[in-house]
Design a protein around this ligand. Structure first.
Ligand code: FDA
Length: 301
């Protein structure tokens, strides 16, 4: 817990974030970030596709406090949509509403998102709204509610640590949903703190959506959960085109490939760009053993 709080603290440090941007993906981040530019990212996606794995692309961005930054992020995401289309790769977009200006002004953020969602809709590309911390949960759902009046290429994430996720998954069962454990530090008034409770709720939510909902993305590196899901879909005759497994780029690569080779739909979350620092620190907070990746990379340059 102490280490988790330490890395979450580092992830929120804006000075370190800007230094990291300046000095590039050193210190091992290149093993979990698929390049700092579009060419490198598209190359990584092509390599995944060649292994039968699709991609959800995250143009990394943190601490957006000025309209200019949010507008730049919007333009970059639209460029990624164009690149997916032009290169005909099997990929969609993951984005974070704060990156598009949610902390600046709700309507400004809505307009940015609308442009992105409309462009993606033209090419039938799906947009996943990643979920951030609790303060952004309801505004993110509000944006989704409003945008889905005109577009159905939108889905989002349900975080199993929140008590209210059971109600939310019922409300959003007609959406394509990614179900995760939850990556942020949340208060005990709002969220389960205990791993066992989170895992239990994770399984309940996955099973509910597999049985009642639209497409389910089960996003975890936890083989206990994955094995449980494999048995559950078998016992309940749930077709393989109703769900997929997801993992982050660079993690458990052997298991990613194994699941794809077993005939499951598999999608890798592909983060790219110069703003990798906060993303990387959250990965260390989740699992301090991930530091092994850092050390290995740092010595293998
Ligand atoms: P967890 O870290 O709890 O590990 C459980 C067990 O799995 C470990 O004890 C170990 O046995 C095994 N394991 C895990 N990692 C391993 C490794 N690298 N090597 C070997 N064994 C390993 N969160 C959020 O709040 N909002 C979001 O939008 C998203 N989006 C998202 C997308 C995708 C594709 C993923 C995979 C995750 C997210 N998350 C997220 C993050 C998520 O909430 C969660 O914090 C992390 O996935 C960590 O939890 P896991 O379920 O992966 O296993």
């Amino acid at each position: 817990m102490l280490l988790k709080n330490f890395f979450i603290g580092l992830s929120q440090n804006q000075l370190l974030n800007s230094l990291a941007k300046k000095y590039g993906t050193r210190l091992g981040a290149q093993s979990v970030v698929a390049g700092t530019n579009m060419e490198e990212m598209i190359q990584s996606v092509k390599e995944l596709n060649a292994q039968g794995i699709s991609a959800t692309i995250d143009n990394l961005g943190e601490f957006v406090s000025e309209k200019k930054e949010a507008t730049e992020a919007k333009e970059q995401i639209i460029d990624v949509i164009e690149a997916i289309h032009e290169n005909n790769v099997d990929a969609h977009i993951s984005l974070k509403p704060t990156q598009l200006g949610l902390d600046i002004d709700y309507n400004f953020c809505f307009d940015n998102l609308k442009e992105i969602v409309t462009k993606a809709d033209q090419y039938e590309i799906f947009i996943n709204f990643d979920m951030e911390d609790y303060d952004h949960l309801q505004p993110s759902f509000d944006l989704i509610d409003e945008l889905s009046k005109e577009h159905n290429n939108i889905g989002t994430v349900i975080q199993s640590y929140f008590f209210e996720s059971e109600a939310n998954i019922k409300k959003y069962k007609n959406y394509r949903l990614r179900i995760v454990k939850g990556a942020y530090k949340e208060s005990e008034n709002l969220a389960y703190q205990d791993k066992q409770d989170i895992d239990h709720n994770f399984i309940q939510l996955i099973e509910y959506h597999l049985l009642n909902g639209k497409f389910t993305s089960i996003a975890t590196h936890d083989h206990h959960i994955i094995n449980h899901v494999k048995q559950f879909v078998k016992d309940n005759n749930i077709a393989k085109d109703k769900f997929e497994f997801q993992m982050l780029y660079g993690f458990r690569k052997d298991l990613q490939l194994q699941l794809a080779n077993e005939g499951y739909n598999f999608c890798t979350y592909v983060p790219f760009g110069s703003d990798w620092y906060g993303y990387f620190m959250r990965r260390l907070a989740e699992r301090p053993q991930n530091i092994n990746l850092v050390v290995r990379q740092a010595f293998n340059k």
